[in-house]
Design a protein. Sequence first.
Length: 264
Amino acid sequence: MINLIWSLNLHPRPNITRSQLVAILPLVVAHTMGNLLTNISLGKVAVSFTHTIKAMEPFFTVVLSSIFLGEMPTFAVVSSLVPIVGGVALASMTEVSFNWIGFATAMASNLTNQSRNVLSKKLMVNEEETLDNINLYSLITIISFILLVPFTIFLEGVKFTPSYLQSAACQGLNVRELCVRSVLAAFCFHAYQQISYGILQMVSPVSHSVGNCVKRVVVIASSVIFFQIPLSPLNTLGTGVALVGVFLYSRVKQIKPKPQTKAA
């Protein structure tokens, strides 16, 4: 998709310098690990539970922004994060599909994904190394693909050969459905990430993570309906508390401190 955009001149192809490449590599590693960890969690626990844990993104963003960007949070901001952490903890204790691998990988994906976002924002505001959001994400995902290919071949080999697909089809796999869903998933994921990077260029990483958590509401609700996932009252309460915490946090961020007037 990216090469098609560049080839058709729908967006200018970037001229990458060595220093830009060095600056992008940490983002590539964080991006790759974040997606791998998220997929591992989705394979181990319910989709709704993975995204409930990922509602803790603002907590990680606040910590990482203070470390890498020097943005120190106010007491009100820290207080608004308490319901998010508490809600996730409550949902975890009452989750039917809970296991430690699913929980730990979802939590680790919060760290890696928010590290990528904070470091990306730092790169976006660096005039010497700046790249627009489309080219920055494009380069990250292309290098991530190159990074993953040898590991994929080493771990699973080249399975998608005509003979393998024919054998799988004989065992009941709908190859056409697999290919269609893979293409649709890839298109939707790329579009989502590209829009996400466009928003990240306009707002702070903390505001970005709060907006991203609104998406969790849609994902959690739709996954519960689609997969018919049973939710206990306490699990629903925990998820609700976490999402309310996200709302409170967004309201706190909108309140700007009044400028202090100097005494005459």
